[in-house]
Design a protein around this ligand. Structure first.
Ligand code: UGB
Length: 625
C-alpha cells in the first residue's frame, strides 16, 4: 500500500499537480498512478470544472482498474467530439441552465414577422425552369442525410431508413434516396455533355443506427451507388447534466460511466467540418450541400426545383418549406427583427412559435390565417447551403451550432430536474451565427409534392386533430400515390379520383398505386415527355415502372401493370390493360402475426392478378395487350 501511495505522490509531482486538486477528490488521488498523463490532464480539467463528484464512489486501486481506465476513454471521447471540448460544454450548459431557470426567452427583443421567399407552383413555367436549372447544377452538389435519430415517436424497432417508403414495390427510404441521387447524377451529366462527377452522399449515423445502416448498404450493394461515393459519419452522444451547476450525470447502472444522450441533428455541421469532407468537396469544385431527413418519400420531387432556386437566386442558405397548419409539429420559418435593428430569417421550432407570438403582440398565438394555414411557412428541414460561404463560416465556428437546453424541473423553484438533461442542437439553426450580409432565403412548395414524413406511431397518428397531417407510415405511403397520381394528371393522363378509407384509425385518400423508379422521371418535363396520347388510370389500379425508357401511349389501365426494362430498351406501352389487380386489405397494427413494417401502415397488399413484362435486351418494343 505504502509503495502505491509513494508512487502516486511521485506521479503527482512529476505531473506538476498541486495537492489541493488531488486532495479534493481523495478516491481519484489514490488511483492517479493508474492513469496516463493525458488522462491526468482530463482529470484535472474535470476537477477545475466542478466535477469531483464523478470520483466519489471510485474503489481503491486494484479494484475495477480497467473500468476506471474505460471511464477516461469515455471522457476523452466526449472531450474530443465536442467543439471546444468538455470544458466548453460544461460552461455553455451553465449559461443555458441559468437562462432557463431565470425563464429567459431566447427570442428576447425580437419581433416575429412573416418573411418573403420563393413560392413555387408545380408544373408551371417558372417551376419547369427552376427544375432545369437544378438538374444542371446537381453535378456540383453533395447530399447529406441525417439519420442518427432513433425515431422514438414512431416506435419502430428497426432503423427508419430501412422502412419501405411504399409497399407496392417495397422500396425502402434509403434505396429511394440513393436511386434519386443517381438519377440526378445521370441527368446532370447528360446536360453537361459528359463532364460528369459522382455526387457524394454522406449519412450521419449514431450508435443507435450506425451498424444497421452500414449493414443495409452492404447487403444491398449500396443500392447501385459506388461504395466510395457513400461516407458514414457517426455522431457521438453528449454528457447528461444532473443540476443547474451542470454536474455531469453518472450512468445509473455503472459508477464508472457518464450518462449520455443524443445531441440532435445539429451535430452534422461539426462532423462534416472535422471529418475533412467539406474541404474534400470544396477542393473537388463542388458548390452545394443538400441536407435532408430520414423518412420523407416525396423529398426528391422537390429537390431539382429548389436547387434551381438556390442557383438562380444565389442563396447561401435555402430552406425548403410547405404551407403549415397552426400548431403542426414542424418549425415555422420566421423573420426575427431585434429592437437594435438586427434581423434574420430562421426556423422557430413548433413549441416556441406560439409563446413567441403571444409575447409579441399576437394574443392568439400560433393560429391559421384566412388561407386556413399558419402565415409562417413550415420548415421541412431540407436545407441547401452554398459550400464556399458555408466552409468560411465553419472555419470560424468549427461547426458549433447554437444549442438549447430543455430541463424538466421537479417544481416551480427550478432547482432540481425530474431526470437528467443535456444540451441539444438543430441543423436548421446554422443561420443563427451568420452575418446580416448572408443571403438566406426559402422555397415553399405544395405539401402534396414535397413533404410526407413517417414520424408518428399508429396510435398517436390516430389522435392527430382532424385536418392536421398524420405523419405516419400510412399517410406517408398514401402521399406517394397521391403525388404520383397528381403528377401524371398534370402530364396529361386522366387519373381517377381517390376513395376515402380508414387504416389504423386514420382516414386517408387512396389514389391509384402508381410508382416509378427515379430514373424514369425525376422532373416534371421528363415525365411529361413519357406520357402521350390519351392515357387513363382507374382508382383500383397499380402501376410499377422500373425501366428508364418506358413511354405510356394511349394506355387505359384498370388493374395492375408491372414493367421492367434495361436502359437500352425503349418500350411503348398502350392499349387496354384490364385485370383483377392488387387490392389493399386492412390489418391491425397490434396484429403481431403481420411484419412490423406492414402492420404499422394498417394494410397489406393482395396481389390478385397483374400484367407483368420484363425487357432484358436492348431494342424497341411495344406492349399492347
Ligand atoms: N436526427 C439525427 O440525425 N440525430 C439526432 O440526434 C436527432 C435526429 P426528428 P424533429 O420534419 O417535421 C425536425 O426527430 O427533430 C435526425 C425539425 O427540427 O424526426 O422533431 C433524424 O434521424 C423541425 O423543424 O424531427 O423535428 C431525422 O432524420 C421539423 O422540420 C431528423 O434528424 C421536423 O423535423 C429529424 O429528427 C419535421
Amino acid at each position: 500500500m505504502a509503495s502505491t501511495v509513494d508512487s502516486a505522490a511521485e506521479q503527482l509531482s512529476k505531473l506538476g499537480i498541486d495537492g489541493a486538486f488531488a486532495d479534493s477528490a481523495p478516491n481519484l488521488k489514490k488511483n492517479l498512478h493508474l492513469l496516463s498523463s493525458e488522462q491526468v490532464e482530463l482529470a484535472k480539467m474535470l476537477m477545475e470544472m466542478g466535477q469531483s463528484h464523478l470520483f466519489e464512489k471510485w474503489a481503491a486501486p486494484g479494484v475495477d482498474d480497467n473500468e476506471k481506465r474505460a471511464f477516461f476513454d469515455q471522457v476523452a471521447k466526449l472531450n474530443s467530439s465536442y467543439p471546444g471540448g468538455l470544458k466548453s460544454y460544461i460552461k455553455t450548459a451553465r449559461e443555458l441552465l441559468a437562462d432557463s431557470k431565470a425563464g429567459k426567452n431566447p427570442f428576447d427583443g425580437f419581433t416575429p414577422s412573416v418573411p418573403t421567399g420563393e413560392v413555387l407552383k408545380f408544373g408551371d413555367d417558372t417551376f419547369i425552369n427552376y427544375e432545369q436549372a437544378g438538374v444542371k447544377e446537381a453535378k456540383n452538389a453533395a447530399f447529406v442525410l441525417v439519420a442518427g435519430g432513433l425515431g422514438e415517436r414512431l416506435g419502430y424497432n428497426g432503423i427508419k431508413v430501412a422502412l419501405p417508403a411504399e409497399t407496392t414495390t417495397g422500396t425502402c427510404f434509403l434505396q429511394n434516396y440513393i436511386e434519386c441521387i443517381l438519377a440526378l447524377q445521370e441527368s446532370s451529366c447528360r446536360l453537361a455533355e459528359g463532364k460528369c462527377q459522382e455526387i457524394p452522399f454522406a449519412i450521419m449515423t449514431s450508435d443507435d443506427t450506425h451498424s444497421r445502416t452500414q449493414e443495409l448498404l452492404e447487403s444491398n450493394s449500396y443500392f447501385g451507388m459506388k461504395p466510395t461515393q457513400v461516407k458514414l459519419l457517426k455522431q457521438e452522444k453528449v454528457a447528461c447534466l444532473d443540476d443547474n451547476d451542470a454536474r455531469l450525470a453518472m450512468d445509473p447502472k455503472n459508477k464508472y460511466r457518464i450518462q449520455t444522450k443524443p445531441h440532435g441533428h445539429g451535430d452534422v455541421h461539426a462532423l462534416l467540418y472535422s471529418s475533412g469532407l467539406l474541404k474534400e468537396w470544396h477542393d473537388a469544385g463542388l458548390k452545394w450541400v443538400l441536407f435532408f431527413q430520414d423518412t420523407n418519400g416525396l423529398l426528391f420531387k422537390a429537390i431539382p426545383a429548389s436547387l434551381g432556386v438556390s442557383a438562380t437566386k444565389q442563396y447561401h442558405v435555402n430552406s425548403l418549406a410547405v404551407p403549415r397548419k397552426a400548431k403542426e409539429a414542424i418549425g415555422g420559418i420566421t423573420r426575427l427583427t431585434h429592437a437594435d435593428g438586427r434581423s434574420m430569417v430562421i426556423n422557430v421550432e413548433y413549441n416556441q412559435l406560439d409563446p413567441l407570438l403571444r409575447a409579441t403582440g399576437f394574443p392568439d398565438g400560433d393560429v391559421n390565417c384566412e388561407t386556413g394555414y399558419s402565415p409562417f411557412p413550415g420548415n421541412i428541414n431540407q436545407l441547401i447551403l452554398e459550400l464556399g460561404p458555408y466552409m468560411e463560416e465553419l472555419k470560424k465556428t468549427g461547426g458549433a451550432i447554437k444549442e438549447f437546453v430543455n430541463p424538466k424541473y421537479k417544481d416551480a423553484s427550478k432547482t432540481s430536474f425530474k431526470s437528467s438533461t443535456r444540451l441539444e442542437c438543430m441543423m436548421q439553426d446554422y443561420p443563427k451565427t451568420l452575418p446580416p450580409s448572408a443571403k438566406v432565403g426559402f422555397t415553399v412548395m405544395d405539401t402534396w409534392l414535397a413533404y410526407a414524413p413517417v414520424k408518428n406511431n399508429p396510435e398517436d397518428a390516430a389522435k392527430v386533430p382532424k385536418g392536421n397531417p398524420y405523419h405516419s407510415a400510412t399517410s406517408g405511403e398514401m402521399a406517394i400515390y397521391c403525388a404520383n397520381s397528381l403528377i401524371l394528371r398534370k402530364a396529361g393522363a386522366q387519373v381517377d379520383d381517390p376513395v376515402q378509407e380508414v387504416f389504423n384509425g386514420q382516414e386517408v385518400e387512396v389514389w391509384p398505386r402508381l410508382t416509378w423508379k427515379p430514373k424514369w422521371g425525376l422532373t416534371f418535363s421528363e415525365i411529361k415527355n413519357k406520357v402521350s396520347g390519351s392515357c387513363s388510370v382507374s382508382q383500383k389500379s397499380t402501376m410499377v415502372i422500373k425501366g428508364r425508357n418506358v413511354v405510356l401511349e394511349d394506355l387505359s389501365l384498370n388493374g395492375a401493370l408491372i414493367i421492367d426494362s434495361v436502359d437500352d430498351a425503349e418500350v411503348r406501352v398502350g392499349g387496354k390493360v384490364q385485370n383483377k389487380g392488387w387490392t389493399l386489405e386492412p390489418v391491425d397494427h397490434k396484429d403481431t402475426s403481420v411484419p412490423e413494417e406492414i402492420r404499422i401502415r394498417g394494410f397489406k397488399i393482395n396481389k390478385l392478378e397483374q400484367l407483368e413484362r420484363s425487357y432484358s435486351e436492348p431494342g424497341k418494343f411495344s406492349l399492347k395487350p
